[in-house]
Design a protein around this ligand. Structure first.
Ligand code: SF4
Length: 100
């Protein structure tokens, strides 16, 4: 019988990728929109955050984490919150067998 705690591995391993994130050096202000931010200001801030993600060595782990926990806020793994909502909706549709 498999032991669930060993099968899952140490919880710390699930988060270890964050120590290698490029945003640890840049700070998080580009990654989360301030209250009331809209339009061009939001697009520019999101683009700046996504540019940092592009060079991040853990981008895929970060993206999958944000999608897995359905992170509602901020840029994670090079995706804005709106882009994650679209990706998750597409995954949900595919999982339900509605697509294609
Ligand atoms: S992908 Fe972006 S948000 Fe994720 S750890 Fe790297 S820089 Fe930070």
């Amino acid at each position: 019988m498999a032991q669930a705690d060993k099968a899952l591995g140490p919880v710390a391993d699930l988060w270890e990728w964050q120590f290698e994130g490029a945003c640890r050096e840049t700070g998080s202000e580009s990654f989360y929109h301030p209250d009331g931010e809209r339009g061009a200001a939001r697009r520019l801030r999101d683009a700046a955050a996504k540019e940092i993600c592009t060079g991040c060595p853990v981008m895929l782990a970060c993206r999958e984490h944000a999608l897995a926990i359905r992170e509602p806020f901020g840029v994670w793994g090079g995706m804005t919150e709106d882009e994650r909502q679209v990706a998750l909706a597409e995954r949900d549709i595919a999982a339900a067998g509605i697509a294609g």
